[in-house]
Design a protein around this ligand. Structure first.
Ligand code: GLU
Length: 456
């Protein structure tokens, strides 16, 4: 087992955000790639903003995405507890270390970290006030993605607020030390905190971990950060829309990492093998909904029929198309013929609805298109008795009957298709027509064609 220990350290203040999920994913990928350990630590010190619902959404979302953690809540581990709200004794102990080293002071009930360096009072134009600044050594961060970053921390910062709560920088660093974290992989928005964190490592006499700041997720138009208000900002949104978790995970892998050969749909084992910091870009990663839709479709079509049916059944039930009384063989057959045309599970009821009801609408646009060309009414009237008289009802038998008919009438075989499809499904497109006819069965097909013929 490798020594690599990474962590995902979310603050459960709201629903599980796509950006957080991507951070969790990159940590998980790195742990799995290196054979290291993936720690889940909950940064819930902000009692006013943390909620049990947020924590539940997070754990649930992680499980849904298949991001299993090796240590953390519900799992335990040697360096717990894994909720910061349960770690106060550890923080007390570490605060004492800094105090013993002469690196803290108290002011107005709060405890501050004391930087090293010369102090001067200067006028701060943003605050429009005199403030004390410290002129010390710059901190050098060798970021695994962004390269060398130099920054000077100029002001002492709080370790423990007057309320008694410990501050973010302090608990974050203490836990990374106490949990022996070797690589800190997190969003670029935290880069501005890292110099303070390194100051703390130095004060504790600890070697800082490797930092890897991953690029922000940008809105689909590339303009600005993907905020919490954007549609698709929450993992929950994808669950409600029945996006496949494996597809979303695959998509998120590509949000800032690329395998350098434009591969998109890849088994997770392959991504794990190829994942590394060298494939992570510095620039923001644009949230490309079309790419997600494409990847989702690919995953959906690749499912074996059994899994596809297992996922589809509740969605069709919810849409009121089927109930427990549905004929399982018929359902399987419908899904079997429809799967390759399914773009997503969300749109499945619309795609297959006509298989389950006689009460489907004839799409007006489709109708107009069908009746623009040739003489569909004549084709329908010719085909009807042929199908009625067919003794073997299989797609190949139907096809050869249409072939012979077309030859006899000196028209093209495909002249029969659009109007037939319209009559039996009301649609201009959909699952393979011959397969559809076979699955619907002779009786239904004939009845629907007859009914449609009366409207001509
Ligand atoms: N709790 C912080 C956050 O959710 C963790 C930052 C870090 O990964 O160090 O942004």
């Amino acid at each position: 087992m490798s020594q690599v220990r990474v962590r995902f350290a979310p603050s459960p203040t709201g629903l599980f955000h796509i950006g957080s999920a991507r951070t969790a994913l990159f940590n998980w990928l790195y742990a799995r790639h290196t054979g290291g350990t993936f720690v889940l630590r909950i940064e819930d010190t902000d009692t006013a903003r943390n909620t049990p619902e947020a924590l539940a959404s997070l754990l649930d979302g992680m499980r849904w995405l298949g991001l299993d953690w090796d240590e953390g809540p519900e799992k335990g581990g040697d360096v717990g507890p894994y909720l910061q709200s349960e770690r106060n004794p550890i923080y007390e102990e570490y605060l004492q270390k800094l105090t013993d080293a002469g690196r803290t002071y108290e002011q107005d009930g709060a405890v501050f970290f004391k930087l090293l360096g010369e102090r001067k009072v200067v006028f701060d134009k943003y605050k429009n006030a005199d403030i004390e600044k410290v002129f010390g050594e710059p901190v050098v961060i060798e970021d695994a993605i962004r390269g060398r970053v130099e920054k000077t921390v100029e002001q002492d910062f709080v370790l423990r607020r007057s309320s008694g709560d410990f501050g973010f920088h302090f608990t974050n660093v203490v836990d990374d030390i106490a949990m022996a974290i070797t690589h800190v992989i997190r969003g670029e928005d935290h880069l501005s905190n890292t110099a303070r964190h390194v100051e703390l490592y130095n004060a504790f006499g600890q070697k800082p971990p490797v930092f890897a700041h991953i690029p922000l997720i940008l809105k689909s138009d590339g303009k600005g950060k993907m905020s919490k208000r954007e549609t698709g900002a929450y993992i929950e949104d994808y669950r409600t829309k029945h996006v496949l978790p494996e597809a979303l995970r695959n998509f998120l892998c590509l949000m800032g990492w690329n395998p350098k050969d434009n591969s998109e749909v890849m088994p997770i084992e392959e991504i794990i093998e190829r994942f590394g910091f060298d494939g992570i870009q510095k620039d923001g990663a644009r949230f490309d909904e079309k790419k997600l839709a494409h990847i989702n479709t690919e995953y959906l079509r690749a499912l074996n029929l059994e899994t596809f049916a297992w996922m589809a059944a509740p969605i069709l039930t919810e849409a009121g198309l089927i109930d427990e009384s549905v004929d399982e063989d018929y359902l399987q057959a419908v899904l079997g013929v429809s799967q390759e045309k399914a773009r997503d599970l969300e749109g499945l009821p619309e795609l297959v609805g006509f298989f389950f009801t006689e009460d489907f609408a004839i799409d007006a646009n489709a109708r107009e298109r069908v009746f623009k060309k040739g003489d569909p009414a004549a084709r329908l009237r010719e085909l009807l008795p042929v199908l009625q008289g067919l003794s073997e009802w299989t797609a190949p038998a139907i096809e050869s009957a249409i072939d012979s008919l077309a030859e006899a009438q000196s028209v093209k075989k495909f002249d029969y298709f659009p109007v037939t499809r319209l009559a039996v499904s009301g649609q201009g497109g959909g699952p393979d027509l011959l397969g559809t006819l076979e699955v619907l069965g002779q009786e239904r097909v004939v009845a629907r064609m007859e009914k449609f013929a009366t409207t001509l």
